[in-house]
Design a protein around this ligand. Structure first.
Ligand code: HEC
Length: 175
């Protein structure tokens, strides 16, 4: 009896700490969207990645920021992007154009259209030009594509940028 009280008192904080971790990881797991139909998971921590470029599409009326993981950012800053190194992940985050409520001439991000990613692994993704492609739609982050073949559509259009390793973005100047 004494032992039991002794142990439970001693370990109660630890037990509740562990419980907290389990709970926190379950909440996190629920927030994570399902993988794309080709099995690619949405990269963790992309919200904290650094910028490589920005763009505006006048045909789609949307604003985009192109961000990268550490390997991508290092390569971009060093100008070593043709080819991009294995392990590079480029993310493109797209929002609808919105007029700023206090300044009509300012176009700012509206509704989230999608998040999409290109993961560099020359061997694993040899079938799609050395890049793993995946996209998640809207605030719900619903995986895009009926089946794994959706990635061919991505890779084919990116062929227009084949001279720059199938990447359209030119890293911005950051003196
Ligand atoms: C019809 C052409 C087209 C298709 C299809 C397409 N893209 Fe792109 N993608 C572009 C263009 C053009 C850019 C650069 C302009 C911009 O920033 O939007 C781009 C940029 C990107 C970027 C930023 C890196 C870069 O190349 O500049 C990522 C990441 C990306 N696309 C992922 C995807 C994924 C994933 C798919 C498929 C689900 C896809 N793309 C399908 C035309 C396309």
């Amino acid at each position: 009896m004494f032992l039991l009280i002794f142990f439970s008192k001693r370990f109660l904080p630890l037990v509740s700490l562990a419980g907290g971790f389990v709970l926190a990881s379950q909440v996190w797991a629920a927030d994570k969207p399902p993988p794309a139909p080709n099995g690619i998971e949405r990269p963790e921590g992309y919200q904290d990645w650094r910028p490589i470029g920005v763009s505006h599409r006048s045909d789609k009326n949307s604003l985009r920021i192109i961000v990268g993981n550490d390997i991508a950012v290092q390569a971009a800053r060093a100008g070593k992007t043709n080819p991009w190194p294995d392990g590079t992940i480029l993310g493109k985050l797209v929002w609808e154009d919105r007029v700023h409520e206090n300044w009509a001439a300012a176009t700012v991000p509206g509704k989230l259209v999608h998040t999409e990613f290109m993961i560099r692994d020359a061997r694993k993704y040899a079938g799609t030009k050395g890049w793993g492609f995946a996209r998640w739609l809207g605030d719900e982050q619903k995986p895009y594509g009926k089946d794994a073949t959706f990635a061919n559509e991505c890779a084919e259009c990116h062929t227009a940028a084949k001279d720059t390793d199938h990447v359209f973005t030119r890293p911005v100047s950051l003196p």
